[in-house]
Design a protein. Sequence first.
Length: 364
Amino acid sequence: MARGKRLRVAVVGAGAIADSHRAAYLAHRDDVDLVAAADVDESRALAFCATTEHAKPYPDLDSLLAEQEPDLVSICTPPGLHVGQTKAVLESGAWVWCEKPPCRSLAEYDDMASAELDGGPYVSFVYQQRSGSAVARFRELLAKGELGRPLVAHCQTTWYRDAGYYAVPWRGRWATEGGGPAMGHGIHQMDLLLHLLADEDSEDGEWAEVQAMTARLVHDVETEDVSTALVRFGSGALATVVNSVLSPDEVSRIRVDLERATVELTHLYGHVAENWQYTPAPNCSRPETESAEDVGSSHAAALAPVLDAYRAGRRPPCSGRDGRRVLEFVASLYKAAFTGQTVRRGEIGPGDPFYLGMAGVSAG
């Protein structure tokens, strides 16, 4: 049910991912009104708007902002455009809901965050895999101590992309995509792993250090097409991370072995409760994992708390420090792979080459 006036929302970048944003806004039609879309390709903007009730197409973001004065804007463009577009939207007074990866570097992330104001507008990033009732239930069980301490974890994004996928000019290039599968594909599962284990009251749930390797084994690109990492958390727990676009048998998987149970999530691009499996340790009872409602991961589920935060004038999830966590992890993974050194959380800051770009040079 709508709470006050419907928010005026718009989309910039009318490519494939924009359809997920349109579907999310449609799912929240009582709260939002999709009024416009912008794309440098006029035909794409027209085609996108034709699938909406009355959204108006625009050739550029500036004219959309000036004429429509939206409350919230989805940014669905390539990563190299996110900083300028995000800052333009924030400076107009609208909030931003931005696709992953957030940007190409920690320096760019901090630049975007500098345009936020206390109480809003804010920018939130689309990490939809951490949405849904099953994720919330795992975190609840962990917080209550019903699963015991996390001990060992595995995070796997093994997908397949052919040469046609990389024929799109901005893909596979440091300057435009910002990285390879660690940046553009595995970032969702890595964010989910870090979110599952995060503890707002303790550093134990944060990752502490990472060692890594990357390789370019198949694709004719600048970036890697596979990466592996070994991670130690503040609690002492260890995790392995694998990201690939070379794997014909595609799967997204997270497994966490805890003192009282093993919890495994197996899916591809989205999950519901049945994708989660809980196996109790010997002499331990199986935890109650059912939720009152089975809400799957999706853009629509991820949008709900952003709208709630807008109404309340508070920072939304997947923004600020929360949104930066996985980007810092990715930057550390790349630094560890390029240098052969163990990289610790918090060590990449201004003055470090990997603060400017994932390859150790300016992302621009």
